[in-house]
Ligand binder design. Structure first.
Ligand code: SIN
Length: 530
């Protein structure tokens, strides 16, 4: 058994920010299941929404966030995160982060602010169209070789060790974690007073997603198994514009392309957003994703198109170098041709329920970033609010956990017991179940839902859950098997939350209850393992 003051799981913006701050106070294990930069953050294009301009105000940003959240934002969380934003951005700048700047009319330099759907002002700080990569670079530069941080790459957290599972008669507390070392195949036992989930979201639960392969909902599944409270998993955000191309999976075409004037066109080259919403291409994401879905279903076309060709080519190339190069590599010159796009799963608005300090319902367990449900996003996240949330709540969680560190329990933690297990003999079974979950979630639990489709998904997921549990007990664990186990748990949580919400609100739209029902459902959906 190894001991740390802090165990942080995940190496995106929230995990890295927390680890860096905590390293000044105690020993930190930073666990990441692939390479250090493999995270959702690294793929973020748009940027960080933050009030920095005199034409903007905290109240306007709060209003836009709450409007998008469709009645379910927690206003204390919204205010805290938005008003603390400028301080956290200053810290990032001090660490060496670059944000794009532009020259003003009187020759001065100021931050260049992007615009995205649902924002009433330009307020998105960005580095070209690769903001997340630049954030990762900045934070990882600080972490590399840091004497207080042990970076454990290719290590996957299996489960938390809780006093409840160990049978102690005390408040259920998280006291450590079992971690699979992928290289050795051994499971290591880490003891820690402060355990921090920063594992990101669950886009891979769907067949089509803008997320990287690591986004398998590990944190929500682990917290659920440990007995933590989970909230609002029905609110999965579908990004309207993922590149549609046979050779490219999961490549996002940033909302900023629409923010800078891009039009959505149907298969016959006609604009269609005005039929659906007066804000047209800059309506909130749920509205645009549903409009595209409806347009594709109506016309039978496989995609719609995003057209930015009316803007000067030099502007397009310099503002979107990553999108321009990637599309060009696949035969699409976005300065001359419209981009084929489809909606895809993008962001998990629910997660492990926390307060403003990232504290969960389990003592000793914090959750920060996309894995958490702080109440900022409500029923629909405003674009580019999530990197801001990751920064602010990581800071608060560090402050809280350092001030009030849970006392160390007096007993040793048991080592992992592998039992009489053999190697998985047929990998095809694992990959088949992966595909099946992702396909059924796409077909039955997508942008437009019905009770019948949700019930069908629930039944199939119950069977898959039984099969996966059998693998888990009978075979030697691998990263693939652990991810599959997490995927089936998280998929079931999305379906169960969706079945509980008999109304349409924000990102949850069902044909059976097409209207919002504030009398019954103006509240979070919460779930705890019984
Ligand atoms: C985008 O660039 O469109 C994504 C931004 C976000 O999801 O916040």
């Amino acid at each position: 058994m190894r001991e740390f003051d802090y165990v942080v799981i995940g190496s995106g913006i929230a995990g890295l920010t927390f680890a860096l701050k905590a390293a000044g106070k105690g020993s930190v294990a930073l666990i990441t299941k692939r390479g250090r930069a493999d995270s959702n953050t690294a793929w973020a294009q748009g940027g960080v929404a933050c009030v920095t301009s005199e034409e903007d105000s905290f109240d306007l940003h709060i209003r836009d966030t709450v409007t998008a959240g469709a009645g379910l934002c927690h206003e204390d969380a919204v205010r805290e995160i938005i008003t603390q934003g400028p301080d956290r951005i200053s810290e990032l700048l001090q660490l060496g982060m670059h944000f794009d700047r532009r020259e003003t009319m009187n020759g001065e330099s100021e931050l260049d602010l992007g615009r995205e759907g649902g924002h009433s002002k330009r307020r998105v700080l960005h580095f070209q169209d690769s903001t997340g990569m630049e954030i990762e670079r900045t934070l990882l530069d600080q972490i590399a070789g840091h004497p207080g941080i042990e970076l454990m790459e290719n290590h996957m957290a299996v489960d938390f060790i809780t006093t409840g599972k160990l049978g102690y008669a005390m408040e259920n507390s998280c006291v450590g974690v079992y971690v699979l070392n992928e290289e050795s195949g051994e499971v290591e036992t880490l003891r820690s007073d402060v355990n921090v989930l920063a594992t990101g979201g669950c886009g891979k639960v769907y067949l089509y997603t803008t997320n990287p392969d690591v986004a398998t909902g590990d944190g929500v599944a682990m917290a659920w198994r440990a007995g933590g409270l989970i909230a609002n998993m029905e609110f999965i955000q579908f990004h309207p514009t993922c590149l549609f191309h046979p050779e490219v999976k999961s490549f996002l075409i940033s909302e900023v392309v629409r923010g800078e004037g891009g039009y959505l066109l149907d298969a016959r080259g006609r604009r269609f957003m005005e039929k659906h919403n007066s804000q047209k291409e800059l309506a909130p994401r749920d509205v645009v994703a549903r409009a595209i879905d409806a347009e594709m279903k109506r016309s039978g076309s496989k995609c719609v198109f995003l057209d930015i060709t009316h803007k000067p080519a030099d502007f397009v190339k310099s503002r979107f170098p990553n999108i321009y190069e990637t599309c060009l590599k696949h035969g699409i010159d976005i300065t001359k041709q419209p981009i084929p796009v489809v909606p895809a799963a993008h962001y998990q608005c629910g997660g492990v329920k926390t307060d403003l300090n990232g504290e969960t319902s389990l003592r000793g367990l914090f959750a920060i970033g996309e894995v958490a449900c702080t109440g900022l996003h409500g029923a629909n996240r405003l674009a580019s609010n999530s990197l801001l949330e990751g920064l602010v709540v990581a800071h608060n969680a560090f402050e809280k956990s350092s001030r009030n560190r849970p006392p160390r329990v007096a007993f040793d933690l048991p080592e992992w017991r592998p039992g009489h297990v053999s190697d998985v003999d047929e990998m095809v079974v694992i990959s088949h179940n992966w595909e099946e979950i992702r396909r059924l979630m796409w077909d039955y639990v997508g942008i437009v839902r019905t009770d019948k489709r949700l019930q069908r998904a629930a039944t199939r997921l119950r069977n898959l859950h039984t099969e996966v549990q059998e693998f888990y007990w009978n075979f030697k664990i691998t990263t693939d098997l652990l991810e599959l186990r997490n995927l089936v748990t998280v998929a079931s949580l999305v379906v169960d939350c969706a079945l509980n919400r008999k109304e349409s609100r924000g990102l949850h739209f069902t044909l059976d209850y097409p209207d919002r029902d504030d009398a019954k459902f103006l509240r979070d959906t919460t779930m705890r393992r019984t």
